[in-house]
Design a protein around this ligand. Structure first.
Ligand SMILES: Cc1ncc(COP(=O)(O)OP(=O)(O)O)c(N)n1
Ligand code: TZP
Ligand code: MG
Length: 213
């Protein structure tokens, strides 16, 4: 049975953000702290390195019952049998990815503004990554952050689960959740934390307070 979409606390990995620590250790700690979904994001890796890392991280996610998502690369997702992909504006178009991955795969799309939201809504993508919510150093090519009023409108108009991404940490997680985001997608606040486990626990607790299950 494939792992189901659970956006509450979505770890987006960053090998630089791990600051020399083993990615598998960071992911395992984050999952132990309450991360519900993991995206392997490798912007510098060769295809072979990306695959090697995916083969290492996938069993850790499988053991925790957390969907394992691949950033950008449908071929890598297919090769390792990942739960799905996250696609942005430069990546494979949604319809092609859906055809290749099939109806059960989780496919997420990036949404930067209202115009992109309208386009994305024409698909049956499983979720939208709405960002950047705040300034971020992890993605230097990201556009300017959303304003929170428009962000709140976008969460309503999306008509499906939305995960907030970009500069999210314990100091501002409440703001995006109060605006209507269903989940928190987090990179540096977990990958670079002294304890990825404690960082995840803090964010998971914040989420639980605003979206009690
Ligand atoms: C959950 C989530 N949301 C947005 C993004 C950004 O994707 P993209 O715009 O394709 O940029 P890169 O991550 O590929 O640099 C994401 N990865 N995850
Ligand atoms: C991949 C991505 N897309 C928009 S912002 C971002 C980076 C998020 O990283 P951080 O949580 O460290 O700001
Ligand atoms: Mg991308």
């Amino acid at each position: 049975m494939p792992a189901r979409l659970d956006l509450r606390l979505y770890l987006v990995t960053d090998p630089v953000g791990c600051m020399g620590r083993d990615l598998a250790w960071v992911v395992a700690e984050a999952l132990a702290g309450g991360v519900t979904m993991v995206q392997l994001r490798e912007k510098q890796a060769t295809t072979r390195e990306f695959l090697e890392r995916a083969w290492r991280i996938k069993p850790i996610c499988d053991a925790a019952g957390a969907p394992f998502i691949i950033n950008d690369r449908v071929d890598v997702a297919l090769a390792v049998g990942a739960a799905g992909v996250h696609l942005g504006r430069q990546d494979m178009p949604y319809a092609d990815a859906r055809r290749l991955l099939g109806p059960r795969a989780i496919i997420g799309l990036t949404v930067h503004n209202m115009a992109e939201l309208e386009e994305a809504k024409a698909t049956d993508a499983d979720y939208f990554g709405l960002g950047p919510a705040f300034p971020t150093r992890t993605k230097p090519d990201a556009p300017a952050p959303w304003g929170m009023d428009e962000y709140a409108r976008a969460c309503v108009l999306a008509g499906r689960p939305v995960v907030a991404i970009g500069g999210i940490g314990p100091h501002n997680a409440r703001t995006v959740l109060a605006a209507g985001a269903h989940g928190l997608a987090v990179s540096s606040a977990i990958c670079s934390a002294d304890s990825p486990k404690w960082a995840a626990m803090e964010l998971a607790a914040l989420h639980a307070r605003l979206w009690p299950s």
